[in-house]
Design a protein around this ligand. Structure first.
Ligand code: NAP
Length: 309
């Protein structure tokens, strides 16, 4: 199959990542981008019918799932909904992809790990989610791997984009409102931009466009920007970068105090070590992932200086 002739069905088109994918996937062919209103993952049976009908005429060669229940704290009490969206509906997507001999791209999270130690997690490491969200994402991964041979599950961390809600935007809002902020300094990871996630997704789909069902490259990959930082260090970088670009903020980088996870109680436990080892992805697909600051700075350029990347 010529990769320029692909027919891509995208779910979750109104999320941070989905919004970016709707633009960048167009390099590969025709994109049918569905929002929650058009394809709701809360009801897997209804989703099966909706997508079955769409597939009859659209004939997808690729299904990209950017939809997810991402409210990590709320998931602790909305357990059934989180599981429907993150675990049961991916079963429907995997079965649909298999029936159409299509590739399924799905995104997962560092929250499938418990965050012990300081070593970057490898794909082969044992998962042990601490939260309902993490467990629901892990269950989704397992279902896809079991049901759909042509799958790429991309585990990422600390997703950030110019579109949608994220930590970077929360810090900018709070720094505009308050003189001082307290931010957790003992959780370590890598902010990963939606632009990088979409760019790598495109490259992987190009590389795998003619791969057979039994190609050893299908599977799970860790995809995060290079380097590491705490939420506190990340917040300082964002505030300093925003000030350099002329933003009017009350809180300066030195007014952001480091606190521990224990000092900021939230319903869902977070992994302390969210480092992802991306060696498998980089070697399998001959990629070099940029430092996390590259993506974050491009977003600051976009939302503060109005520059497009
Ligand atoms: N955000 C992070 O820091 C992070 C970290 C690691 C991994 N990930 C993973 O990366 C992927 C993309 O995340 P993101 O940051 O782009 O998330 P996001 O901005 O929260 O977007 C999620 C999208 O899913 C949609 N959605 C939620 N419930 C749905 C339902 N019942 N039916 C259909 N769509 C539904 C949302 O729709 P509405 O727009 O209508 O709300 C939204 O468009 C997800 O798989 C997530 O688990 C995210």
């Amino acid at each position: 199959m010529n990769s320029s002739a692909q027919r891509l069905l995208l779910l979750g088109a109104n999320g941070q990542l989905g919004h970016q994918l709707a633009v960048q996937l167009q390099q590969l062919g025709q994109v049918k981008a569905l929002t929650r209103a058009e394809a709701d993952l809360a009801n897997p049976a209804a989703l099966r019918e909706t997508l079955g009908n769409i597939a009859k005429t659209f004939h997808p060669t690729v299904i990209v799932n950017a939809a997810a229940y991402t409210a990590v704290d709320k998931a602790q009490t909305e357990t059934e909904l989180a599981h429907a969206v993150n675990a049961s509906s991916p079963v429907v997507l995997a079965e649909l992809a298999k029936a159409h001999n299509a590739t399924l791209v799905h995104y997962s999270t560092d929250y499938v790990f418990d965050g012990a130690g300081t070593k970057p997690w490898q794909e082969s490491d044992t998962t042990h989610p601490l939260s309902v969200y993490g467990q629901s994402k892990r269950d989704g991964e397992l279902a896809i791997a079991a049901l759909c041979p042509k799958h790429l599950i991309l585990r990422t961390s600390w997703v950030v984009g110019a579109y949608g809600g994220n930590f970077l935007k929360t810090m900018l809002r709070l720094a505009a409102e308050r003189d001082a902020l307290r931010v957790v300094a003992d959780q370590i990871g890598a902010p990963t931009s939606t632009e990088l996630l979409a760019e790598v997704t495109v490259k992987l789909l190009q590389a795998m466009s003619t791969a057979a069902d039994n190609d050893a490259r299908w599977g799970v990959y860790h995809l995060a920007a290079a380097g590491e930082v705490s939420w506190h260090g990340y917040a300082q970088h964002v505030i300093a970068g925003a000030l350099q670009r002329g933003a009017n903020l009350k809180a300066k980088p030195e007014a952001i105090s480091p606190i521990t996870t224990a000092e900021y109680p939230v319903p869902a436990p977070r992994p302390l070590n969210s480092r992802l080892n991306t060696h498998k992805l980089q070697t399998t697909f001959a990629l070099t992932l940029p430092a996390w600051q590259v993506g974050v700075d491009a977003i600051l350029d976009h939302i503060i200086s109005g520059k497009s990347s």
